[in-house]
Design a protein around this ligand. Structure first.
Ligand SMILES: CC(C)(COP(=O)(O)OP(=O)(O)OC[C@H]1O[C@@H](n2cnc3c(N)ncnc32)[C@H](O)[C@@H]1OP(=O)(O)O)[C@@H](O)C(=O)NCCC(=O)NCCS
Length: 330
């Protein structure tokens, strides 16, 4: 069967070995395991080594996804990396991973859509495949956010973690193969200031003063972000279901962005879906931004929590603001 639909041919994920628990954080800032657990659901997060940058984490998940797809890196036509913690402002982290993988035939670029990065990137890959421009695309979401977090700011440092996930996207070749059914993407730049890393760009170039003012660290207005996260992820979920002509009960597993268990529970309540259909791993990894949904997808597949033919809905929200959702048939 020839088709112009895009399938996920392989997935993989990688998190660093080092675990930072809430009890460890109690020794760093004025916080408690009780506060972090009750307000966020997070118990621990992974932290990259001093010598591990976003590309190193992304490279590990990319190798796993390629192995899962039984594909050689030289068969890749394009690498898209979603990250807000790139190795450098430029060149793209995608180019660094391209070289490490030996993906010599692949074009490569980064995407900045914060925690919605994977949804934006996989949707872009889907469109490249459906347009017939490329056959095999590697989408990587990778974050080394521990390097951008102010470890003296209890409002943010307890929330984030490091990790990466990757998916190989290619042409759907047989009727039995699953595919990316539909996606929706949104943004509203009105909220740029609520979640940002202000320093080090061309607005506030790095200087002694920007470093003194800690402008190179991630800043967030938690409360306002919370409300808009719930509202926007619900909106995206309903929009993508409607586009795909599906109902919540048609979805075998919902994977919401893993930032805070209370955000996930608020969405679940409005969608009226049972606990067993909503995957949660925020307790283990905290918020790994672009990587949360693909790490979760890898886990549900590898743990056998879903089966071939099942439909999975990924929905995310992040800085920008950006938000979006995608439905994948496995
Ligand atoms: C950050 C967040 C957990 C805070 O929870 P909250 O219930 O809204 O808490 P508040 O912001 O009202 O803060 C309550 C108090 O806890 C304090 N607090 C903040 N972080 C704390 C910590 N780690 N430990 C202990 N106390 C803390 C605050 O200073 C505040 O104290 P105050 O009342 O004396 O000023 C929550 O707003 C949130 O998850 N927001 C969304 C964040 C997010 O998901 N961002 C990424 C989206 S992609």
């Amino acid at each position: 069967m020839s088709s112009n639909k895009a399938s996920i041919l392989g997935i993989g994920s990688y998190v660093p070995d080092k675990i930072l628990t809430n009890l460890d954080l109690e020794k760093i800032v004025d916080t408690s395991d009780e506060w972090i657990t009750s307000r966020t659901g997070i118990k621990e997060r992974r932290i990259a080594d001093d010598n591990q940058a976003a590309s190193d984490l992304g490279y590990e998940s990319a190798k796993r996804a390629l192995k899962d797809a039984k594909m050689n890196a030289s068969e890749l036509d394009l690498i898209i990396v979603a990250t807000i913690s790139p190795d450098m402002i430029f060149p793209a982290t995608a180019c660094i991973i391209q070289e490490k993988l030996g993906a010599k035939n692949a074009a490569a670029f980064d995407m900045s859509a914060a925690c919605t990065g994977f949804i934006y990137a996989i949707t872009t890959a889907k469109m490249f495949i459906e347009a017939g421009m490329y056959n095999n695309i590697l989408v990587i979401a990778t974050e080394a956010l521990s390097k951008f977090v102010d470890w003296e700011d209890r409002n943010t440092c307890v929330l984030f973690g490091d990790g990466s996930g990757a998916a190989v996207v290619g042409k759907k070749k047989s009727a039995k193969q699953g595919y990316i059914i539909d996606s929706c993407l949104s943004a509203n730049g009105l909220y740029v200031d609520l979640l940002k890393t202000p320093g080090g760009g061309s607005r506030y170039p790095a200087s002694k003063q920007t470093v003194k003012d800690k402008m190179h660290y991630l800043k967030m207005s938690g409360n306002e972000v919370f409300k808009l996260a719930v509202q926007s992820m619900l909106e995206a979920t309903f929009e993508v279901l409607e586009k795909a002509k599906l109902k919540p009960e048609d979805i075998a597993c919902f994977i919401p962005h893993q930032a805070n268990i209370r955000i996930i529970q608020a969405i679940q309540k409005r969608l009226k879906v049972p606990d067993e259909k909503v995957y949660i791993n925020v307790d283990k990894y905290g918020n790994t931004s672009a990587a949360t949904v693909i790490i979760a997808l890898d886990e549900i597949v590898k743990q056998g929590l879903v089966k071939k033919g099942d439909k999975v809905l990924l929905v995310a929200f992040g800085g920008g603001f950006t938000w979006g959702a995608t439905i994948i048939q496995l």
